[in-house]
Design a binder for this molecule. Structure first.
Ligand SMILES: [Zn+2]
Length: 112
């Protein structure tokens, strides 16, 4: 008789355990569903951003550096304004000529 009771108690324990595990599985399934929803939303956002990025790349036209030609070396100036080539010559010059020719000339003029 006692053995039978022990067996019944043991079985009840097993059923309890199975029920608890089933509850856990249900909770996990809910969590997975929520994560899948979140993932779908994030994937949609990602695709939208990717599309926008592609559009931006297409629209991205590289503007010309400058249309100003150096009066001293005939190269295109580094920026759209160039530098004042006075007192060497009249007009605009590039950064290189400004540094190597125009500025030394100004320094000389100040010294003389
Ligand atoms: Zn130059």
């Amino acid at each position: 008789m006692e053995k039978k009771n022990e067996l019944i108690n043991g079985m009840c324990g097993v059923f309890d355990y199975i029920q608890k595990q089933e509850t856990k599985i249900k909770d996990l399934k809910k969590t997975i569903e929520q994560l899948e929803l979140k993932f779908n939303l994030l994937e949609r956002d990602y695709n939208n951003l990717k599309e926008e990025n592609e559009k931006l790349k297409e629209e991205d036209v590289i503007p010309p550096l400058s249309n100003v030609i150096c009066v001293l070396c005939s190269r295109e100036c580094e920026n759209e304004y160039g530098n004042n080539a006075q007192p060497l010559v009249e007009g605009r010059c590039c950064d290189v000529c400004n540094e190597k020719k125009v500025i030394p000339m100004r320094v000389l003029q100040i010294r003389c």
